[in-house]
Design a protein. Structure first.
Length: 74
């Protein structure tokens, strides 16, 4: 079964750029939309260029102070 889908020029160009040799547009859509693909956390290592580590740390500390812990009896 075939369906017709309308795309903007930008969306079409993006899809075309992602298309590999001998790959159909359907193959591209299925490949990039596959939610079962797991990404390694290492993929993101070293990508944070921010200089706001003190602000982030303060936010984490504030959140921890507001959070109450519960004791679990086993």
């Amino acid at each position: 079964m075939t369906k017709v889908v309308s795309l903007s020029k930008k969306a079409y160009q993006t899809l075309k750029d992602l298309k590999r040799p001998n790959e159909s547009y359907s193959d591209v859509v299925l490949r990039i939309s596959n939610t079962k693909q797991k990404k390694s956390i290492l993929q993101f290592a070293g990508t944070w260029n921010g200089n706001d580590i003190d602000q982030i740390y303060t936010q984490i500390q504030n959140t921890r102070e507001k959070t109450t812990s519960r004791e679990i009896k086993i």
